[in-house]
Design a protein around this ligand. Structure first.
Ligand SMILES: Nc1nc2c(ncn2[C@@H]2O[C@H](COP(=O)(O)OP(=O)(O)OP(=O)(O)O)[C@@H](O)[C@H]2O)c(=O)[nH]1
Length: 397
């Protein structure tokens, strides 16, 4: 099979411009996702860079080649920045400039000042290889679990491009002097453009996949958490509870539930206003999140009521945790919008050894205990079993 190098160049250039349009369109639906615009601009730079190298535009070809290579360097640098911005929200703006300056200087040096096509191809291929390897590395490190597959796929595509440029540098370095030119029908030219275009296609697909995974994860988070406090919402709590109850049924493990309610919350709202009330809920959520273990589930059950699911826990141990939370919260001074206040919570505790593992029974029992805590004067923790024993005592009397 003979692949015509000029046709390949036009194809890769046109593909890169198309990918740029695709990434721009994908980015339009990406909400606040950072980085996509960098990828789109990077892809455009690479397409134009290759296009320049091919068309020459009737200009002096030495300058056009240098400009084309520099544009391609800018494209790789922008893709690197895009990955950083996508992963961390910010990027180092100097990286694309550094790559641009290096490639521009070596292009001018080997094209205009000391013409040496071998040296130019080797130097630029090495710079492009390092740029793509840096993109691959940025994707392979510190991977967020839900996006793992997309990061690996895109990282692998960048690795292929990096390896292709490295192989190009090595093959040209080993070739006899004066046997290489851009349009020579040596195997390395069409092969590198062919592999480059395939990898470019894969990595654009990978970038769109990353964006897609990120949007799906964000949507999932939005659907399962409470916007105000960041706690799970009631729907996800119920889903987790069904799963945990089934596991407890199977393994005989225990499950405890805490029902938490802010005392006199209506007065806080009435006296200081709803924004302060909201801050009280946020602070309670923050302190509760810090108090529980990583395999416990904290959720906003409704209004100013929160619920904690504690797997493998008995009522007595749940009471200890609940009382620690109550004390920490009561000792806190909540400052917001020029207001400083403290508040208290009442907590009801139940566990599956007294009520069974059905979530509805556990919740009902914890709710009863919580109302009992309110009746007994608030700012306290009451266990459902205490209440049961109390009612039995009353009946016996
Ligand atoms: N600021 C704010 N208030 C809320 C929110 N959700 C519910 N509320 C308010 O929470 C208050 C709950 O009041 P009540 O159910 O009477 O309870 P309480 O005043 O805490 O009284 P006790 O529970 O008996 O101590 C109501 O005024 C609701 O409007 C919210 O997201 N933000």
């Amino acid at each position: 099979m003979t692949l015509d190098i000029r046709t390949m160049m036009v194809m890769v250039s046109a593909l890169s411009v198309l990918f740029s349009a695709l990434l721009t369109l994908a980015g339009l639906h990406g909400g606040n996702t950072r980085g996509v615009q960098h990828w789109a601009t990077g892809s455009l730079c690479m397409g134009l860079g290759l296009g320049f190298s091919y068309t020459h535009l009737g200009l002096d070809s030495t300058w056009v080649l240098s400009f084309g290579a520099t544009l391609m360097a800018a494209g790789i640098g922008l893709q690197f920045n895009g990955i950083q911005a996508f992963k961390t929200g910010h990027c180092n703006r100097y990286i694309p400039w550094l790559l641009v300056v290096v490639v521009f200087i070596q292009s001018i040096w080997f094209v205009v000042l000391h013409p040496d096509i071998h040296a130019r191809v080797i130097a630029n291929s090495l710079a492009f290889s390092i740029g793509n390897a840096a993109c691959a590395r940025a994707l392979f490190i510190r991977i967020d679990q839900p996006l793992r597959t997309a990061y690996w796929f895109t990282g692998a595509s960048f690795t292929v491009v990096a390896a292709m440029f490295l192989a190009r540098a090595v093959i040209v370095f080993l070739a006899p002097p004066d046997t290489y030119s851009l349009y020579a029908q040596t195997p390395i030219n069409p092969a590198s453009f062919f592999i480059g275009s395939m990898a470019q296609m894969c990595l654009t697909f990978g970038l769109v996949l990353m964006l897609n995974y990120r949007l799906a994860t964000d949507l999932q988070k939005l659907a399962s958490t409470d916007m105000l406090t960041g706690a799970l919402n009631r729907r996800s709590l119920e889903q987790e509870a069904v799963r945990l109850s089934a596991r407890c049924n199977r393994t005989g493990d225990t499950l405890a539930v805490l029902m938490i309610d802010v005392d006199h919350f209506k007065s806080i709202n009435d006296r200081y206003g709803h924004p302060v009330g909201d801050e009280v809920l946020r602070r309670l959520a923050a302190v509760a999140q810090k108090t529980i273990r990583s395999d416990d589930y904290f959720a906003r059950y409704g209004g100013e009521e929160f619920c904690i699911l504690l797997p493998s826990t008995l009522e007595k141990d749940a009471w200890i945790l609940a009382d620690r939370l109550r004390q920490t919260y009561a000792a806190m001074v909540i400052e917001y919008d020029g207001v400083a206040l403290s508040s208290t919570i009442s907590i009801g505790v139940s566990d599956s050894t007294h009520t069974g593992v059905e979530f509805a029974s556990l919740i009902a029992a914890a709710d009863q205990a919580m109302y009992r805590a309110k009746l007994e004067g608030r700012n306290r923790v009451v266990m459902h079993s205490d209440q049961v024993e109390l009612s039995v005592d009353v009946v016996l009397l």
